[in-house]
Ligand binder design. Structure first.
Ligand code: ZN
Length: 241
């Protein structure tokens, strides 16, 4: 039951991110600064310690989840940079817009959001603590996912109504992802590999995606302070878990 409830929270988070983007509210950057801190905190104080526990309890080689972590980081780094390279080449042809590029990118984001949901479901297959930790990281950054979906659509000259349709798709994707994990079970070793991969993915999203976005319009002490507060928040929460 809990994974389903948490997936509904991801749904709300994605939607509110999208509507923030449509209304262009001022404190988006502050929320993103805080979220980046939360994600780094979840990886360091919650998921990595859980990996250490699992590998020592089950005698698993520690290199395996660490390779998965680097692969998780690089897969998202490489796919994002390849997309950007394509955008840079497009600029040589002068000012022109492709609404379908916005739609395609929004679909790619929805695929990523589906994986977010799979992440939560598999987290609960490890145990409730891991499931909740993954859900916190996902709910936090899904706000940014919703925001990016709408921004991508509007930047490529799509209508508001179409942007909202893809926003709803992006919001439903993690719910479907959670549900999909009811259909299969992973062995402990595979769960450890998945946890490593998800740590790499979250580190990339936090440090290389959300943090730069938070500082896009200039850095302020408030944003920097909120990032530190985000990491402290998770440090304190995990002391009581
Ligand atoms: Zn996401």
């Amino acid at each position: 039951m809990t994974p389903i409830l948490l997936s509904i929270a991801t749904f709300m988070s994605t939607l509110s991110g999208g509507f923030f983007a449509l209304k262009n509210q001022k404190w988006i950057k502050k929320i993103m600064g805080f979220t980046a801190g939360v994600i780094i905190g979840v990886v360091a104080f919650d998921l990595l310690p859980e990996i250490f526990k699992l590998i020592s309890a089950n005698n698993i080689n520690s290199t395996i989840p660490m390779v998965a972590l680097v692969v998780g980081f690089l897969v998202f780094h490489i796919s994002e940079k390849l997309l950007l390279m394509h955008h840079a080449e497009e600029k040589q042809y002068g000012q022109h817009h492709h609404p379908q590029v916005g739609v395609l990118s929004a679909f790619a984001l929805s695929g990523h959001s589906f994986l977010d949901g799979v992440g939560i479901g598999l987290g609960f297959q490890v145990n409730t603590t891991v499931g909740i930790a993954v859900a916190i990281a996902v709910i936090g950054h899904d706000f940014a996912d919703g925001l990016n979906t709408v921004n991508l659509m509007l930047a490529n000259k799509n209508k508001n109504s179409k942007a909202i349709k893809l926003l709803i798709l992006d919001a439903i994707a993690p719910v479907l992802g959670v549900l999909s994990t009811r259909l299969f079970h992973l062995s402990t070793t595979n769960l450890v590999i998945y946890l490593g991969f998800f740590c790499g993915f979250l580190l990339y999203i936090g440090a290389s995606d959300i943090l730069p976005q938070a500082h896009e319009d200039g850095s302020t002490k408030t944003i920097i302070g909120l990032t530190i507060l985000g990491t402290l928040f998770i440090f304190i929460v995990t002391r009581f878990a």
